[in-house]
Write a protein that binds this ligand. Structure first.
Ligand code: SF4
Ligand code: FES
Length: 238
């Protein structure tokens, strides 16, 4: 068994029912190097202070529910190892969303933007007898953007979003990209119209904090550039 070590976890806590403003609370935990930050938070919640609010589900980097700010950077708590986080770890809720309690933020405005780009396959032709054929090359056009888990780490690291919460944000653009560049989809022009709006893709100021924040290592910069190019040319390049 690996040697354990002691770490201090500083959490920005806030309960709007009783607190006037957010405040830092410190906890000491004993962890193994391969424990994740979420394991340390569990230790706190289960054995030290059951009032701590934290959201998580899969614990394996696929559901996207435990994005938070760890040591100043957006990350999934289930993916950051304690040996990399260190002995003094700060944990804060995602920026730009209303805090419901502690590390749990209101994701509804985020999902509203997600829904605005119609994140579902649209093809009104009668279904063929077997399948809607797509070549491997055409499938590859949007492979990267299928990896998004809607964690919001990208959008909440974006200064354009902080400045203007109406900005659709990188996550919704990534999700739109997945359908716009699907050769079988028939609503791509409509999606481009939505993203050409004043709060759409042109709000991106090329800071690209989002690229660094994405736990799925999606090339968000490329996805945004391809959507902008498609708007300018009126073509997907197929
Ligand atoms: Fe999360 Fe990456 Fe999807 Fe943004 S693009 S929501 S950071 S998985
Ligand atoms: Fe599902 Fe971390 S708990 S991604």
């Amino acid at each position: 068994m690996a040697e354990t070590f002691r770490a201090t976890i500083r959490i920005l806590r806030y309960n709007p029912d009783v607190d006037k403003k957010p405040h830092w609370a410190e906890y000491t935990v004993e962890v193994e190097p391969t424990d994740r930050v979420i394991d340390a938070l569990h230790q706190i919640k289960w054995f030290q202070d059951g009032t701590l609010a934290v959201r998580r589900s899969c614990l394996h980097g696929v559901c996207g529910s435990d994005a938070m700010i760890i040591n100043g950077r957006n990350a999934l708590a289930c993916k950051v190892l304690m040996k990399n986080a260190g002995t003094m770890v700060t944990v804060e809720p995602l920026r730009g969303f209303r805090v419901i309690k502690d590390l749990v933020v209101d994701m509804e405005p985020f999902f509203e933007k997600y829904r605005s780009i119609m994140p579902y396959f649209i093809n009104n032709d009668p279904p063929p007898p077997r399948e809607r054929y797509q070549s491997p090359e055409d499938r590859a056009r949007f492979d990267d953007t299928t990896k998004c888990i809607l964690c919001a780490a990208c959008t909440t690291s974006c200064p354009s979003f902080w400045a203007n919460p109406k900005y659709v944000g990188p996550s919704a653009i990534v999700q739109a990209h997945r359908f716009i560049f699907d050769s079988r989809d028939q609503a791509w022009e409509e999606r481009l119209r939505i993203l050409a709006d004043r709060d759409g893709v042109w709000r991106c100021r090329s800071v690209f904090n989002c690229v660094e924040a994405c736990p799925r290592e999606i090339n968000i910069k490329k996805a945004i550039a391809e959507v902008q190019q498609a708007i300018l040319t009126g073509s997907r390049g197929f």
